[in-house]
Design a protein around this ligand. Structure first.
Ligand SMILES: Cc1cc2nc3c(=O)[nH]c(=O)nc-3n(C[C@H](O)[C@H](O)[C@H](O)COP(=O)(O)O)c2cc1C
Length: 166
């Protein structure tokens, strides 16, 4: 519970590699997510090459953290698993949140970087990674050992909780 409550986005990282065993645990957390009809439409493209990470940082004006990360992940949906992209997105978001929490538990910071549905981001990524038509790049995740400790935001909001009726 503390890892959920204390997770923050981390955008600055140490020059330290993520151990393969830790990456495996993060991926295990992703694969453990629920998905509509258990279709598991996710594809995880893992990047540690510095040149490729620098390129990924150019795909969005807000993608700076991926260029500083030890490891970048492109989370994609496979619409052959579920033709409804909205469901794919929900499934992949569940997998992503699991991975962010698992990373936090392992002492690794992370930042979710939005891509889909902005076509100015989707199309260059699709081309760069030669993605087939059924594979939709949804977002990227920057992972790395934190070089900063952002303050935890208090997001609790009584006004957003509704009992029995809205
Ligand atoms: C769908 C989505 C897209 C996001 N895109 C970006 C982004 O492009 N760049 C970035 O630095 N942070 C991005 N974030 C991180 C949010 O800015 C961050 O989660 C939010 O400000 C709350 O802060 P916290 O994660 O520290 O609690 C994104 C988060 C989500 C869920």
């Amino acid at each position: 519970m503390q890892d959920i409550l204390n997770r923050t986005s981390v955008r600055r990282f140490l020059d330290r590699k993520i151990e393969p065993e830790k990456l495996k645990q993060i991926l295990q957390a992703g694969f453990a997510a629920p998905s509509a009809k258990n279709t598991q439409p996710w594809e995880f493209l893992i990047v540690q090459n510095r040149e490729t990470l620098a390129k990924m940082a150019t795909f969005s004006p807000y993608a700076g953290p991926i260029g500083r990360a030890a490891l970048g992940m492109l989370v994609c949906a496979d619409t052959n698993c579920n033709p409804f992209i909205d469901y794919c997105e929900q499934d992949c978001a569940a997998a992503t949140e699991n991975m962010l929490i698992a990373a936090k538990k392992l002492g690794i910071g992370s930042c979710w970087i939005g891509v889909y549905p902005n076509s100015e981001r989707v199309e260059p990524i699709r081309q760069y990674f030669s993605l087939p038509q059924n594979i939709v790049p949804l977002w990227m995740i920057a992972f790395g050992y934190p070089a900063e400790t952002p303050k935890v935001k208090n997001k609790w909001n009584d006004a957003k909780i509704h009992y029995e009726k809205f």
